[in-house]
Write a protein that binds this ligand. Structure first.
Ligand code: GSH
Length: 215
């Protein structure tokens, strides 16, 4: 497998976590988002949407195919490589985990991705403080809600005692929060999951700073 991603991209980060949790070996190709490589002809041939991640599969994994959209990639990984599972067995519990993941995937991250922040900066006349305030405006309530859901469902991780799709999504979002100078202190349960993940080899190896294309 080849993961086309970017070291600091939250959606690439969540995909690396899932690949690592499954114990899979994969190559990585860095797509330099700051240089606009996501809009190159070569990358658009892989993903016409011009966004990372894109996961290239060879015949041994059912390809040739290019998978895009990290939620679809994570679900595929869990279906194609069932161990260790990233979703509980119980259908209600599966819905809870998917809801926690979707909270980040649909209601927080999209408001803070590169193209949105660029647009906000343009509209606000290039003011970085306004851009950061915009990001914080969506990250804070998202983390607030996740904190309550972890209180309800978590026993060490976001849901239960083992990492799930929800943790794959939370950890990159928490990393992104700190980039916007949002301390995690108001959310002790999230901080505890982040601390636990830092000690877990699959999460640690996926950290942006550990990637070959990092600054
Ligand atoms: N819903 C997509 C979002 C992907 C996404 O937002 N990717 C960002 C990096 S985290 C990107 O490629 N941004 C490039 C741009 O905005 O030009 C997914 O989960 O894969």
């Amino acid at each position: 497998m080849i993961l086309h991603g970017y070291w600091r991209s939250g959606t690439s980060y969540r995909t690396r976590i899932a690949l690592n949790l499954k114990g899979l070996t994969y190559d990585q190709v860095g797509v330099d988002l700051r240089a606009g490589a996501q809009r190159s002809d070569a990358f658009l041939a892989l993903n016409p949407q011009g966004m990372v991640p894109a996961l290239e599969l060879g015949p041994e994994d059912g390809g040739p195919a290019v998978l895009t959209q990290s939620p679809a990639i994570l679900e595929w990984l869990d279906e194609a490589f069932p161990e260790p599972p990233l979703l509980p067995v119980n259908k209600i519990e599966r819905a809870h985990v998917r809801a926690m993941a979707a909270l980040v995937e649909c209601d927080v991250h999209p408001l803070n991705n590169l193209r949105v922040l660029k647009a906000v900066r343009e509209i606000s006349g290039g003011d970085q403080a306004d851009t950061d305030a915009w990001a914080a405006r969506w990250i804070r309530p998202g983390l607030e809600a996740l904190e309550s859901l972890i209180a309800r469902h978590g026993r060490g991780w976001c849901f239960g005692e083992t990492p799930t799709l929800a943790d794959c999504c939370l950890i990159p979002q928490a990393y992104s929060a700190t980039r916007f100078n949002i301390a995690l202190d108001p959310w002790p349960r999230i901080a505890a999951v982040v601390a636990r993940a830092a000690l877990h080899p699959a999460f640690a190896a996926a950290h942006p700073d550990r990637q070959a294309d990092a600054d």
